[in-house]
Ligand binder design. Sequence first.
Ligand code: AMP
Ligand code: MG
Length: 388
Amino acid sequence: MIRARPAVTVPLADALGLVLADDVIAPLSLPVFDNSAMDGYAVRAEDTMRATPDQPVVLPVAEDIPAGRTDELTLKPGTAHRIMTGAPVPSGATGIVPVEATDGGVDAVEIRQEATAGKHIRRAGEDVAAGTTVLHAGQVVTPAALGLVAALGLAELKIVPRQRVLVISTGSELVAPGNPLKPGQIYESNAIMLAGAVRDAGATVVATETAGDDVEQFVAILDRYAADADLIVTSGGVSAGAYEVVKDAFGRDGDKGVEFVKVAMQPGMPQGTGEVAGTPIITLPGNPVSALVSFEVFIRPALRTAMGLPDPYREHRAAVLTETVTSPRGKRQFRRAVLDKASGQVTSYGPPASHHLRWLASANGLLDIPEDVVEVPAGTQVQVWDLT
Ligand code: AMP
Ligand code: MG
């Protein structure tokens, strides 16, 4: 349902963390030219034969070659060129004497150690030969990959773009943080949380908006942003009560492209899914823990899959439960948990009800208890989703 976007070419700075849509073929070799691996003196190795600290060889310094010098130089026999790391090795030079093995002279240099032919010279193409496939389609662009691509002179990469997600919170009780609360009001917390989860999954946020329990207001937000989104995520307004704005907007019987269902999980039972003007939508329940756990279960894997990212699913780990927990019959329960990777133990963290956000904020895992289990005794090996 959530579809990959067509590949696009972006500047390197925008490619980090995304998946390559094409192989990258080196347009040039690396190093680009033979260059010095040391600050020192380019010499013909035979001119330094038998040089020692006691019996140094003295050579006139004919050129000074800092990194970035662009004229092509030739080293005449019986002379040295002072050369810096990364500077082009003059033709005729066969070795580099590190500055530490000299007196550092500018007009003439006292060489105290024999140069070995080829030593301290980084040869053109020894890292990458032009024409080599250096990165493959499907690879994630890492900082090192960006460095390599830039070193090859490429300014852009073709990547699978981020999914664009519109996040809408609903509820007439909601007030943006930073404003005063009236009695009966609470601070809106799902939008920033879900937008963070979207970004954490590698996707991008089109907008984070809040609508009251007012169908017109909700639909106006959809009209404004839906066309720019690959996925719409709403929270709240899908339960069994009155004033369920999301259900009211789409009709409760699925005739407007969104179907509302009960999922046998806790938290996160009321859910909805469908399309709005061709854009997929997932309607999450409003309780903050339900919303975020549902995002983990349904949305994060889908977004990552659509972006071609590795590990769409959180790593599942086996761990030993430190205390007995209960779970409702017929529901797959996700409990907030603290996983100690060193000892392989996991402790359930906070009560299971879906408004206890505090515990989720300091948990690092979700304990995954199957539907048919009603009690898990301490010492049992359980499955934990690693949220780190
Ligand atoms: P609902 O699913 O709209 O019935 O909401 C369920 C519970 O979650 C209610 O207690 C709401 O006040 C709360 N809630 C819904 N949306 C949000 C939100 N965006 N931020 C904080 N709490 C919310
Ligand atoms: Mg509500």
